[in-house]
Design a binder for this molecule. Structure first.
Ligand SMILES: [Zn+2]
Length: 385
């Protein structure tokens, strides 16, 4: 909430709308940044460890702050921050059917079972904070997680001083007195988008079309374009279609302790771990937790102790189904080579860094999927060639 405070105040004081938030963000990411683009907080800010937590409420509140910052400052930086949080941290901490969520999500999350008493890695949150359920740890996130997607949808189109801005990229439709505009896309599961406009009467419209940071070969209707907002003027009469094309490189980004995470555009990729969900039905404080509003512990069914073995990757695009943010429904995958290493699980979580960085078995090719599609995952891993 604090991130947007100075920008909101600037609406009344004519002060600087952008610099406080930028500085805050820089410090948050430097000292508490997670591979998924969010920052830790379990309950207080808790450093860059891949086994510390980030609270669900902080994800949706950060998104809301970025939405206001994007609107007030017009700075595309905030739209990119918004997309990173929305496409990664938000769906990762909510089950695909949206019946359950976590209080705390972790970067490297190999199991979601109740930690032994006092053995949780979190600073002040409980042993159950990373379980999926009705209100694990505390009920605030139950009330808060619902604001994520609807408010994000409201930030796709924004009103510019002299026209319309496509800010967050997602399927969306805008209706004004004289025109309808539609963003047609499967982004972030495909590159690019199309804006289809339909006018009642002929008119001249200024459109600000956003291209995400890090995008390559950007073009608008075949003309070279740049990242950030691109202003075009459309003489609309009837139906008009604008095609926005771009691609991304795959990046292996170095993080702490010589560990890496894989990114493509605003999506972070993780190695998904097979899951066994165990239902927990109980009554606590007079509240009954029965299916489908029960809690779940989730146990790994496949190996997770791996290191990247190569910096060569291959992206594979697939169909976008009804539940794109699910392990089975992941619409885009990256094939990567891994080797097993010595990495231990203690008290239901992996250690912060691997115990060894020597190959202990055969190299194998595995598929990574978007962080937001995973429940159990490894995201931050060493590179052992
Ligand atoms: Zn909360």
């Amino acid at each position: 909430m604090m991130i947007k405070s100075s920008a909101l105040l600037s609406l009344f004081t004519d002060g600087d709308s952008d610099s406080f938030a930028k500085k805050s963000m820089e410090i948050l990411l430097r000292d508490h940044g997670m591979a998924c683009g969010h920052f830790t907080g379990d309950e207080c800010l808790s450093g860059r460890s891949p086994v510390h937590g980030a609270e669900c409420c902080s994800v949706t509140e950060a998104m809301y702050s970025y939405e206001w910052l994007a609107a007030i400052t017009g700075d595309p930086y905030w739209a990119d921050r918004l997309e990173k949080t929305t496409f990664n941290a938000l769906p990762a901490t909510i089950s695909p059917d949206m019946w359950t969520h976590q209080y705390d999500q972790m970067t490297n999350q190999v199991e979601c079972s109740r930690f032994p008493d006092g053995k949780q890695p979190f600073n002040t949150n409980s042993e159950e904070s990373h379980l999926f359920g009705l209100e694990p740890n505390f009920g605030c996130c139950t009330a808060n997680f619902n604001q994520g997607w609807p408010k994000f949808a409201l930030s796709t189109f924004m009103q510019a001083q002299d026209g319309i801005a496509v800010t967050a990229i997602a399927p969306s439709r805008l209706t004004t007195e004289n025109l309808t505009a539609e963003i047609v896309t499967n982004y972030p599961f495909e590159d690019g988008y199309t804006v289809k406009m339909k006018t009642e009467k002929p008119c001249k419209v200024s459109l600000y079309l956003r291209i995400p940071e890090g995008a390559k070969n950007a073009e608008i209707n075949g003309e070279k374009a740049q990242t950030g907002y691109n202003k075009i003027t459309v003489n609309a009469d009837g139906e008009v279609q604008i095609n926005v094309a771009f691609t991304f490189d795959i990046q292996l980004e170095e993080r702490d302790d010589a560990m890496y995470c894989l990114k493509r555009g605003n999506l972070v990729f993780s190695l998904p771990i097979g899951e066994r969900w165990e239902k927990k039905e109980f009554v606590r404080d007079g509240v009954e937790r029965k299916y489908p509003y029960c809690d779940y512990e989730i146990y790994p069914t496949t190996d997770w102790n791996y290191a990247f073995n190569s910096d060569k990757f291959e992206v594979v695009f697939g169909e976008v189904g009804k539940l794109p943010f699910s392990p089975e429904g992941a619409p885009v995958k990256i094939k990567a080579k891994f080797v097993p290493i010595d990495w231990k699980k203690i008290d239901g979580r992996c250690t912060e860094t691997p115990d060894g960085r020597v190959q202990t078995g055969e190299a194998t090719e595995l598929e990574m999927i978007p962080y937001g599609c995973t429940t159990l995952r490894m995201t931050q891993m060493p590179l052992v060639k």
